[in-house]
Design a protein around this ligand. Structure first.
Ligand code: F0G
Length: 434
């Protein structure tokens, strides 16, 4: 197999063995990526094979990630794969959300349909499988919630011991509950995501624990399957735009890499434009890209947003994200707490629903169509990254008019749907219902 780890920095491009336990380039400190010899790929034959696999009962072929394994051949022994039949997430049209977003049509690719309810499962099956191949016993991550839920599940399913580090009081109970139930040793640290990541990196090295944050290149390889499956579901018709929320910026990095590889090897005939949307109070990448390279990348020390999944001030993958946004002629947008909350309720009212971070997509689209960046007739796929039930507290507060932004200002229940308290009386109820 011709697979290597390669430094992402174009000035370095140092190569390392695919089985080395590395998270950064030992030569220059840059990010790493998996690189393959794809010269023998036969796109039309693989497209047919992948369709046939959908009808096959073998676990690897039922997985909406491993079905596409020829595009991320980093495992030379597939018996190490841990799969919970991840991927296979639907493309859902949503006319009401389209109208709200200023579009004629919109399609949501709903990653919340994954086994642990978020897109992290696509990547985690890759990272956990590599951990097993390497003979690791313990795996760790710092997380705003979804990575930890996913890692806990995949580690436990694969016989690895999961250790989770989370910012105390800053993740939703739905996600914390998953980590506990899936059996992860969970440490709630009095620090923010970025501070804990630095801590865990030191601990991982000292204690020989395998790190499964998105800095791990095999997570990124698995997450490529989101766009591969998306294209397969669309019969390889490339949309004009793919819109996704941005936090640590691993997902946009994975999308860009997957799309470039598909274009280079004849699976698709053009690149879509990528749009990343951040929460206004947690938008270091937006600020950096808006300055058009005139300022160095600057971390935000105190990111603030109720969309806790993307509450990250120092995203590790920003150099990859910048490259993918520039390569696809993409854009970066940001959305306020009110905009995210209203967009989320609109997605819910379509019968679809998602968690707050995911709704940043529609909030961003509304702004980008209003600004004339995205055309009303454009073919747009927005990726809903997490399930509605991840954060029920937020939902209840919004619909009952009790949601407040991190700065204490109220968030209006513009699309509120408050439950009605009634007495146990048929007459009153009949009069109320009408
Ligand atoms: N949406 C959701 C629901 C997320 O959980 C995350 C990240 C993102 C979007 C942003 O993706 O980091 O690749 O840019 N959650 C991570 C976690 C950080 O720990 O669960 P990104």
């Amino acid at each position: 197999m011709h697979a290597h780890l390669v430094c992402f920095d174009p000035a370095c491009r140092a190569q390392f063995d695919i089985r080395e336990v590395l998270y950064n380039c030992p030569k220059c400190g840059g990010l790493l990526e998996a690189d393959y010899d794809f010269s023998a790929l036969d796109a039309p034959a693989l497209k047919r094979l992948w369709r046939e696999r959908r009808m096959d009962n073998a676990p690897l072929n039922q997985s909406g990630v491993w079905r596409y394994r020829e595009l991320f051949p980093f495992l030379d022994d597939l018996q190490h794969v841990v799969t919970l039949r991840e991927g296979n997430t639907p493309l859902l049209p949503a006319p009401r959300a389209a109208a709200y977003g200023g579009l004629r049509d919109i399609t949501f690719k709903h990653q919340g349909f994954n086994p642990t309810g978020s897109f992290k499962d696509n990547g985690m099956t890759g990272g956990a499988s590599q951990a097993r191949l390497l003979g690791m016993k313990r795996v760790a991550c710092v997380s705003t919630g979804n990575t930890s839920a996913s890692m806990a599940a995949y580690a436990s399913a694969g016989g690895l011991a999961p250790l989770i580090f989370i910012p105390n009081g800053n993740i939703s109970y739905g996600k914390l509950a998953q980590a506990l139930e899936y059996g992860a040793k969970t440490y709630q640290v009095e620090a923010n995501f970025d501070q804990i990541l630095a801590l865990v990196r030191t601990l991982a090295e000292r204690l020989g624990i395998y790190l499964l944050n998105s800095i791990n290149p095999f997570r990124i390889e698995g997450q490529k399957s989101i766009v591969i499956e998306m294209m397969d579901q669309r019969d390889w018709r490339v949309p004009d735009w793919i819109v996704l929320p941005g936090g640590n910026l691993g997902n946009v990095s994975a999308f860009g890499k997957g799309l470039r590889e598909m274009l280079a090897h004849g699976f698709i005939d053009k690149l879509p434009r990528l749009a990343v949307v951040q929460a206004e109070g947690s938008s270091p990448f937006y600020d950096y890209m808006a300055a058009k390279g005139s300022n160095p990348f600057t971390a935000q020390c105190h990111p603030k947003t109720l969309a806790t999944a993307i509450k990250i001030g120092d995203p590790v993958s920003w150099p990859k994200a910048q490259f993918e946004i520039e390569t696809t002629n993409g854009v970066v947008e940001r959305a306020s707490e009110q905009e995210i909350a209203d967009a989320k309720a609109t997605i819910g009212a379509c019968g679809i629903g998602c968690e707050p971070a995911s709704a940043a997509t529609l909030a961003g689209i509304r702004k980008l169509t209003a600004a004339g960046v995205i055309d009303r007739d454009a073919d747009v796929v927005a990726v809903l990254t997490g399930n509605l039930l991840k954060d029920p507290d937020y939902i209840y507060r919004y619909h009952t008019g009790q949601l407040t932004a991190p700065d204490g200002s109220p968030i209006a229940a513009n699309f509120g749907n408050k439950p009605v308290l009634v007495e146990n009386n048929a007459e009153t109820l009949a009069a109320l219902i009408g």
